[in-house]
Design a protein around this ligand. Structure first.
Ligand SMILES: [Zn+2]
Length: 236
């Protein structure tokens, strides 16, 4: 009887294993993307120790690979510690303010804002069901975003950035929101379709999530919609 139970539990755990495999696949994709888009050498908490493994100096955790560290930076523990660190630094700098002086509101220039690290994010490949265009949906979480700040974005050509050797095949999508570090996603340099409804951004103030969806212009002739001409293709 016990044996049968064990067999039963085995098959159940088999189901769990295949579920976690797909989760691993997803992590692997995120890891690859993070490796392409994040400059780990600029991360103040990333450290390679003398044993060849990796440490998060913020959370005091050990990681077997850069990828597992990168996955860790997207996790709750790291994000929570970043937020704690930021509020502590904010308290410390408040103490450092002079106690006397003119009674006017303290204006902190942007460049003095204490960065609290990178936000968590998710990137999903999307395909327009009608035009079959390929695109990407970016969702970035900013749980500790500063009051009154709305995330901003901008596309940057390969030659504009100074982090990597320029490669015409790529462009960068930058998303910024204080006090988080600006993050950049390295994407194909194909033209972005700016047609209404194709490109959109959304800031969900309650969920503290910034979303941006974009599609690449189709490589084939521009698709014509009823009652709407594609730019530059007006009949002669
Ligand atoms: Zn950490």
């Amino acid at each position: 009887m016990d044996f049968q139970n064990r067999v039963g539990s085995k098959s159940r755990s088999g189901g769990v294993a295949s579920w976690s495999e797909s989760n691993v696949d997803r992590r692997e994709r995120l890891r690859k993307l993070a490796l392409e888009t994040i400059d780990i050498s600029k991360d103040p908490y990333f450290m390679k120790n003398h044993l060849g493994s990796y440490e998060c100096k913020l959370c005091l955790t050990l990681h077997t690979s850069e990828g597992s560290y990168l996955a860790h930076t997207q996790g709750k523990k790291h994000q929570t510690n970043l937020a704690r660190r930021a509020s502590k630094e904010a308290r410390d700098s408040a103490i450092a303010q002079p106690a006397i002086g003119p009674a006017k509101p303290l204006v902190v220039p942007n460049r003095n804002i204490i960065k609290i690290g990178r936000p968590g994010y998710r990137v999903t490949k999307v395909r327009d069901p009608v035009t079959r265009q390929l695109g990407l949906l970016f969702q970035v979480q900013y749980p500790q975003i500063a009051t009154g700040v709305i995330p901003r974005h901008r596309f940057m050509a390969a030659y504009e950035q100074k982090v990597e050797a320029p490669n015409k095949a790529y462009q960068y999508l930058l998303i910024a929101a204080e006090p988080y570090e600006t993050i950049a996603f390295k994407v194909q340099s194909k033209e972005i379709d700016r047609a209404p409804g194709k490109f959109w951004t959304h800031w969900d103030h309650d969920a503290k999530q910034f979303s941006l969806q974009c599609f690449y212009k189709s490589e084939k002739a521009p698709v014509l919609f009823e009652g709407m001409a594609a730019p530059g293709t007006a009949p002669p």
